[in-house]
Design a protein around this ligand. Sequence first.
Ligand code: GLU
Length: 360
Amino acid sequence: MSVRVRFAPSPTGFLHVGNVRTALFNWFFARKNRGSLVVRIEDTDAERSERRYEDQLLEDLRWLGIEWDEGVDKGGDVGPYRHTERFPLYRDRVEQLLGEGRAYHCFCSQEQLEADRKKQLAEGQSIRYVGRCRDLDPKEARDCLDEGRPASVRLRVRPGSVSFQDLVFGLIEVDTDNVGDFILLRSDGSAQYNLACVVDDSMMGITHVIRGEGHISNTPRQILIFEGLGLQVPEFAHLSTILGPDGAKLSKRHGATSLAEFRQLGYLPEAVVNYLALLGWAPPEDGNEILSPEKIVSAFDLKSVNVSPATFDLKKFNWVNRSHLKECPLPRLLTLAEPFLEKAGLVGTDPTLDLQGWTE
Ligand code: GLU
């Protein structure tokens, strides 16, 4: 079976370096294994998703030189590639689960759910649905639906544990008691992320899900949905979080964190690819860390991806960038430098400015 991976950003802001690294590792893995890369837009969060962010992130991926095979802009056999255009597919799957008794309608109000949450917090219990509607008499549930009462749909989570062998983190096991019956379809009829993600990964034939560590807690839920629908569970590889120099999760207060900012600052795309590849992946031991995208692809292996969090080190990033700048042919360098020279008022003001010997 050929490898199929996907990069699935949510268009809710500029592409953060953590997401860029996820996109790169998916690309390296796809190319290394002669597989396909799908770019899927996960815009289930209607309030925060914006088309301008989607355009920007696709533009950022192109700038980096990432090539994908299918996606929102390219089409493909298993589209559409945007969550919001796939809602009927998610509803069909929910009907299947409801029909088989693997899911049920929940009529609890926000107030009830909030009161349950507060009580669980006060009692030091884990936060999960209390199961009030789990065993509603089917006739009663039908009457509520007929009355037009708003209802979400929850998965009837089975007892026991869910385990998976993460290709980076190793064996992960979770007791489903701590998961609780979670929402698949909201009361407004929109799909919750875990449902959309599973239906898409399955229908798009994804063999390996490579994504940030922050999604580890979603994985058991997703496996339960795969199981409920009788679908093949893909392999999972989670990538450790990127930290700032102070050991806290890399964020705006550490300085530039989006690809758009690094582009504006003048970093070369091949330097970004090279540096982010080194965040969590150890290249073969010949000591050379300055690598072209082709070299990275040929050496890439998920087995060499680290579990421990990677630290974003600006000094090292600058060194990597400088090393690539030194290799950059002068005509390309001049073209790249022009907007910066213009901004600094250096173009057209000094006819004697001799850039021929300029290498650094
Ligand atoms: N849309 C999710 C995000 O941007 C990614 C989910 C996934 O890769 O499964 O974090």
